[in-house]
Ligand binder design. Structure first.
Ligand SMILES: NC(=O)C1=CN([C@@H]2O[C@H](COP(=O)(O)OP(=O)(O)OC[C@H]3O[C@@H](n4cnc5c(N)ncnc54)[C@H](OP(=O)(O)O)[C@@H]3O)[C@@H](O)[C@H]2O)C=CC1
Ligand SMILES: C[C@H](O)[C@@H]1OC(=O)[C@H](O)[C@@H]1O
Length: 254
């Protein structure tokens, strides 16, 4: 029996990167998968094709997670298609690198709306559905190593990642009585679209690589296993936890 057999998994921000790797990983583990995405129709369709190639049902629903109604619509459409929601992977996020002193107000507001409030409303909508179903579930937030450490050009971003980590701790308490487990993964530096430009700077890329005991930057697929584990019954007694997936970067002081 596969780890996620019989489960319906929802993943936000899954047209590319970590979300897509999580969606495909869940399908390979036996789940039907519904993905949310914001703009890249072709990439979302390609993700659904990968889910189907793994032998599972897939569905893509477009929507901006910054709007609270996107969350309710996502859950309603997932239930219409596949009958239930067992797992929500709240992953959609942005990180427009910018210096602190001249940070535009709109950049701060948009980053908080997408990363933190988007995650909040997605998890709330999924949790309400899970409570109605009456057989528990799992929420997994894609937080970051940045929940624990700062970034000079990420002053608007790191608080959103700390917020998601905190949200999973509080929802673990609020939802434990319903059998809903709430955990976060904390990726380190993972090569995706979000940091393509930032890591095009050769010096910065080499510096980041040198900080990692395992000797390489992460790939989106490095998150699939940890997310599938937290979604699965193998993690039945794991809630309120945060799992660093960073090649050891966080512990590498000297
Ligand atoms: N890469 C890294 O080093 C790390 C990333 N993370 C976190 O992982 C998550 C995924 O990032 P990553 O895979 O790297 O980045 P990508 O840029 O590759 O993927 C981002 C995904 O989020 C979607 N998205 C962006 N804005 C919205 C929105 N408003 N509504 C719905 N979907 C949206 C994108 O959709 P579309 O393309 O269709 O617009 C895309 O599917 C983020 O939360 C990020 O903060 C955490 C730690 C490290
Ligand atoms: C986008 C960044 O490269 C990435 O995002 C994070 O959350 C990590 O801390 C990295 O800085």
């Amino acid at each position: 029996m596969k780890l996620l057999e019989g489960k319906t998994v929802l993943v936000t921000g899954a047209s590319t990167g970590i979300g897509r790797a999580a969606a495909v990983g869940a399908a390979k583990a036996g789940a039907d998968v519904v993905i949310n995405y914001h703009s890249r129709d072709d990439e979302a369709a390609a993700c659904v094709a990968e889910i189907e190639a793994a032998g599972q049902r897939g569905l893509a629903i477009k929507g901006d997670v910054a709007a609270p109604e996107t969350a309710t619509e996502f859950v309603v459409k997932a239930v219409e298609a596949f009958g239930k929601v067992d797992v929500m992977v709240s992953n959609a996020g942005i990180c427009p690198f910018h210096s602190f002193l001249d940070m535009p107000v709109e950049t701060v507001q948009r980053t908080v709306q997408v990363n933190l409030l988007g995650g909040y409303f997605m998890c709330q909508a999924a949790a309400n559905q899970m409570v109605r179903q009456g057989h528990g579930g799992a929420l997994i937030a894609v937080s970051s190593i940045s929940a624990l450490v700062g970034g000079e050009y990420q002053t608007h971003y790191t608080p959103t990642k700390a917020g998601l980590h905190s949200l999973m701790q509080s929802t673990a308490i609020a939802l434990g009585k319903h059998g809903i487990r709430c955990n976060s993964v904390l990726p380190g530096t993972i090569l995706t679209e979000i940091n393509k430009d930032d890591l095009a700077d050769e010096a910065k890329r080499k510096y980041m690589e040198a900080r990692i005991p395992l000797g390489r930057l992460g790939q989106a697929e490095d998150l699939a296993g940890p997310i599938v584990f937290l979604a699965s019954d193998m993690a039945a007694y794991v809630t309120g936890a945060a799992l660093l997936v960073d090649g050891g970067a966080f512990v590498n002081l000297q």
